[in-house]
Ligand binder design. Structure first.
Ligand SMILES: Nc1nc2c(ncn2[C@@H]2O[C@H](COP(=O)(O)OP(=O)(O)OP(=O)(O)O)[C@@H](O)[C@H]2O)c(=O)[nH]1
Ligand SMILES: [Mg+2]
Length: 352
């Protein structure tokens, strides 16, 4: 039997991992064997650690985005398919990656068409950022980063407006009408993982169709490279130890401290995510823009030891990002907690 691959793209913070988690649960309940694939410029991923907390196998492709590491994706697909005997693979490219239709979807169809069904390329878009992009704005991003956002939408077989619980229903209908008008050849789905609305309809569509890669975007790789290079990237895993600590309060202080610093510096946040784990309990924190976008979910038991994974993608030089994270981490630890880096990578993505 052929394995199905569902690619879920979209800009940083659009809601891809949240959708992967929920889609995997729903498919597993229908008796499907699911494997997930994450992707990033560097290892130490919140997404991998989080998705691994579910009941499905997860493989990670780290070091570069899928569009530059086709073989890495093939190997991950092969590993996770074998381990999970997967019927369905769901893969999330890095949020700053585009040109997937040309570099991934077409070659997969050509090379692995005998064993693989590729679902239409779904590209998630946050309604607030998408509205601003349609208005001709840059959604608070560097113009070249906004270019990547637009190219992702241009190559989508299905444009998936995510987080539909956030806008008013009138705002959502207006946005849908604008997307239909601007991209008449693309399919449109609207989903909220928070309320569950639209999820089964989207799943039905990607599970039944095989006409992937119907749209290609013309991508200027100089602008694409600049859009990635303006983002500082930090992936770190940190061992925390000290007094018995309420880790939810610690995580909130850390993330809000970072948000305040980025806001005061006028630095645009792509996505800052963190995970704190202690034994079986864990929490996830996200910041997808200014301070108001901060959210923490999950609950970690009070304990004296925990593990922190932090992934930050912020528009500033990586050295500056590193310094800000070090300072805010020290301040959130307040001398009561010892924060020992186990892995610490700070970089600016290389040319795609
Ligand atoms: N209100 C609301 N928030 C959502 C929904 N889906 C995701 N989010 C939130 O959006 C933020 C980013 O979600 P992720 O799933 O990590 O986004 P992502 O696209 O995987 O981000 P990157 O991997 O960094 O590119 C988190 O705070 C999620 O809780 C939704 O349906 N409604
Ligand atoms: Mg993700």
């Amino acid at each position: 039997m052929k394995t199905r691959l569902i690619l879920v793209g979209g800009f940083l913070g659009a809601g891809k991992t949240t959708l992967l988690w929920e889609a995997a649960q729903r498919l597993a309940r229908r008796g499907q064997r699911v494997g997930l694939i994450t992707n990033d410029q560097a290892p130490e991923l919140v997404d991998t650690a989080l998705l691994s907390r579910g009941d499905v196998n997860v493989a990670e492709v780290s070091g570069s985005c899928f569009c530059c590491n086709f073989q890495g994706l093939i190997d991950a697909m092969s590993n996770v398919s074998t381990e999970a005997e997967a019927d369905v693979l769901i893969a999330e490219p890095v949020g700053s990656c585009t040109d997937l239709s040309a570099t991934i979807v077409q070659p997969l169809k050509d090379l692995l068409g005998q064993e693989l069904i590729v679902s239409p390329l779904s590209v998630l878009a946050d309604p607030v950022r998408l509205t601003n992009i349609l208005d001709g704005g840059t959604a608070g991003l560097h113009p070249s980063a906004a270019y990547i956002f637009r190219k992702q939408i241009e190559e989508a077989d299905i444009i998936v407006i995510s987080k539909t619980d956030l806008p008013t229903s009138a705002g959502l209908e207006a946005l849908k009408a604008r997307v239909t008008q601007a991209y008449p050849d693309a399919g449109i789905s609207m989903v909220s993982v928070k309320t569950g609305e639209g999820l089964d309809a989207w799943l039905e569509e990607v599970m039944s169709r095989s006409d992937a890669g119907q749209r290609l975007a013309e991508v200027d790789y100089d602008v694409y490279a600049e859009g990635e290079a303006v983002l500082g990237w930090l992936n770190a895993t940190i061992a925390l130890s000290g007094e018995a600590t309420n880790w939810n309060i610690f995580a909130k202080n850390l993330l809000s401290g970072l948000a305040q610093r980025f806001d005061s510096m006028g630095a645009s946040v792509g996505h800052v995510k963190l995970m704190v784990e202690a034994g079986k309990s864990f929490l996830v924190g996200n910041l997808t823009g200014k301070s108001g976008t901060l959210s923490i979910r999950g609950l970690v038991a009070v304990s004296s030891e925990a593990r922190l994974i932090i992934n930050a993608r912020v528009q500033m030089p990586p050295e500056m990002l590193e310094e800000v994270v070090r300072e805010v981490l020290a301040s959130a630890s307040k001398g009561r907690i010892t924060a020992t880096p186990v892995a610490w990578r700070c970089l600016s993505p290389g040319r795609p």
